[in-house]
Design a protein around this ligand. Sequence first.
Ligand code: DAH
Length: 342
Amino acid sequence: MSMNAKIDQIRSEAAQAFEKAGSVKDLYETKVQFLGKQGSFSALMKEMGKLSAEEKPLFGKLVNEAKQSLEALYSEREEKLRTQELEAKLQSEHLDLTLPGPQRPPGAKHPISSVIEEISGILGRLGYAVRTGPLIEKDSFNFEGLNMPKDHPARDMQDTFYIDDNYVLRTHTSPIQVHAMFNEKPPFKITGVGPVFRVDYDISHLPNFHQIEGFCVDRKVSMADLKGTITFFVREFFGSNLKTRFRPSFFPFTEPSAEVDCQCPICSGKGCRMCKESGWVEIGGCGLTHPNVLKFAGINTNDWQAFAFGFGIERMAIIKYGIDDIRLFNENDVRFLRQFSL
Ligand code: DAH
């Protein structure tokens, strides 16, 4: 076969192969096969040596023309395939804009925040103003001002995170009482709310939990005022028909002191797992403020008296909602938290 005939043959083979290529990728591979460095035309050029000096330029010219026409064919075909591929892609990715979008469930308050708001609301109606205090607390406010001098055995009641000799993570909200005595002029009623910290972690204890404190300073306050206040509070929070009972107890900052139980709201006092079949659940402590506490803050105990109470918020939430593991409050599992959203 003459060299010219070979050029024509390769050209028509290439043109057919381009036409047959089903995708841009196939087409490109075909192009490499014919027009690439190792392709058919390059192979043909190697045979040029066989030609006479006169034939060579003509042959070179014909090869170039053939290659140029194939390049043009390639571009045309590539454009066509590209359009086809784009259309196929658009077809397969067709969006139905009438479908509803993904649902985003609305957020909800953490149950502890809801309980804090509810309790502050109830005490607010009795005239208690909400106060907070530092979480890193002076030893003197967390303990000394509450009649627990250094080395007092009552400090062992609260496993404490010590920052250094003078500072602790507050172990209870009672130091808010001390801040109030320095900041407010008697008579006053305040409630202190917020996180507290103890070295503790099991099914009924967290290292960080929340308390609420009530503190009432007035000319004359009695155990009857304290009982009336707490009874009102328990009925508002847990249910109007529940009884409250006070058991004699000890706290360094109150004298007399009592622990407060309320009839179990889960079984209405009949006995269940929550109240360990006793019908009663413990919610916190209370008492008439010890004169040493008032004196520490410079309050004249001839003129003023006080009562105080402190409850665990998680404990109250557990009792109210019948939750059996306090750690659920800290795990932030939305399946748990969602149950408390409205
Ligand atoms: N601060 C006490 C505690 O965390 C609870 C408490 C008891 C607070 C008696 C009071 C109170 O205000 O009067 O264990």
